[in-house]
Write a protein that binds this ligand. Structure first.
Ligand code: SF4
Length: 415
């Protein structure tokens, strides 16, 4: 059985940003100690329901703002995870952090717990843009946080960016990218701003009060990102993600006979690759979503009800990996799994969908299921077919440059 991944949701923020629709709450930090206990309880319940020891190779603390937890709180959660599951020796353990919530001492303490990757929510290098996003940091804080993280021994940093911001120009986006690569992160994520229903940004936009860049300008920003990061040594391995590669690891990959799943850059986020490859992950915390043992499931959203549910429940007879905190769950059908597989794997711009992998996983040919759709997408110039250099009998389907811009038009074909 391939190892699983673990996602833990930390739904606390100092301030609720106007564009954010994540399950996160400001002003409830007093609940953090109880929440940590509830997470540990959930971890214990899930491991008790497993009928064999579960191997885990990535852990990701996402939010919200995980860096609001103290190092001892992370330590107690990680101890519970190590006790409950079989953590691989080289497990990737990431936390999301906001630049204004870190200092050198805290970073050193976090590193000692075993956390080895930090994803910093930078978003922009432009002060006005950060203010408009209602972020609590400026770019000087980012520079300080990166420098402190390096001193504390972190050699795997992601910087998260957003483009297509209100009143953002191409020049301003270019400046953000240039300033960001000066910090030499191993990994960069760049997502287009989405205006989510129910957020202040969504409301202002529907009233015409938010001058966001049109789709042509957003596309120009994306294309510049691809060219600029490529020219600076970052491999574009997922629609919105770029990573550095290490030459020695590259040659190791080339020695493999035929495992396309390995042909991602060495600093690719292993945890997110688990999602994009449609492989299992356990989820803990309020509003967390998981996929394991054939179930897709999600936990209750509110912090207090999540805590109450786990604090008051005794051991249950629920099947692995469900706990009393799970409010939604369903068993995936093969058709669900096939659709999810296509949508997730096509996001991998280098790897794409390999016919051989599809057949091995589902016992049926890709073209037998989606022959018409694949043919149409190739004709529209959104998908391309490549024959593997290693095995001429295996074909790989990937998004074209245009397909990466119009990903949603591609994915809808496989639903
Ligand atoms: S810090 Fe991040 S998670 Fe928290 S409200 Fe802002 S965008 Fe959302």
């Amino acid at each position: 059985m391939s190892p699983t991944s673990i996602y833990l949701h930390i739904p606390f923020c100092k301030h609720r940003c106007a564009y954010c629709d994540f399950n996160t709450y400001a002003g409830q930090e007093s609940l953090i100690p109880e929440y940590v206990n509830a997470l540990i309880r959930e971890i214990e319940q899930v491991s008790e329901s497993a009928n064999q020891r579960v191997d885990v190779h990535t852990i990701f603390f996402g939010g919200g703002t995980p860096s609001l937890l103290t190092a001892p709180q992370f330590d107690s959660i990680l101890r519970a995870l190590r006790h409950a599951f079989a953590l691989t020796a080289d497990a990737e353990i990431s936390i999301e952090a906001n630049p204004g919530t870190l200092n050198l001492q805290k970073l050193e303490d976090l590193r000692k717990t075993g956390i080895n990757r930090i994803s910093l929510g930078v978003q922009s290098a432009n002060t006005e843009e950060l203010r408009m996003l209602e972020r609590i940091h400026d770019f000087f804080t980012v520079i300080q946080s990166v420098s402190d993280a390096r001193k504390a021994g972190f050699d795997n940093l992601n910087l998260d960016l957003i483009y297509g911001l209100p009143e953002q120009t191409l020049e301003s986006w270019k400046t953000t990218l240039a300033r960001v690569i000066d910090l030499h992160p191993e990994h960069i994520s760049a997502y287009a701003l989405t205006l989510e229903h129910g957020t202040p940004f969504g409301k202002w936009s529907s009233k015409g009060l938010l001058p966001i860049p049109d789709s042509d300008l957003a596309a120009e920003m994306y294309e510049h990102t691809e060219e600029f990061l490529d020219a600076n040594g970052y491999v574009h391995y997922e629609i919105s993600n770029w990573a550095k590669d290490v030459e020695s690891q590259k040659s190791k990959v080339e020695e493999q006979t035929f495992d396309l799943r390995l042909s991602t850059p060495s600093f690719a986020c292993k945890h997110n690759l688990q999602y994009w490859r449609s492989l299992p992950y356990l989820a803990f915390g309020a509003g967390a979503h998981g996929y394991a043992n054939g179930y897709r499931y999600s936990n209750m959203l509110r912090i207090k009800t999540y805590i109450d549910r786990l604090t008051n429940s005794q051991s249950t007879n629920l099947p692995f990996p469900l706990t009393p905190a799970a409010v939604n769950h369903h068993k995936q059908t093969q058709q669900d799994d096939i659709s999810d597989y296509m949508i997730n794997n096509l996001r991998l711009t280098q790897v794409g969908v390999a016919e051989s992998d599809f057949r091995e996983r589902f016992g049926v040919g890709l073209l037998d299921v989606f022959g018409k759709e694949v043919e149409e997408l190739i004709r529209l110039g959104l998908l391309e077919k490549q024959t593997s250099e290693v095995s001429e009998t295996s074909e790989v389907y990937r998004l074209t440059k245009r397909g990466r811009l119009l990903g949603n038009q591609v994915f809808v074909k496989f639903v």
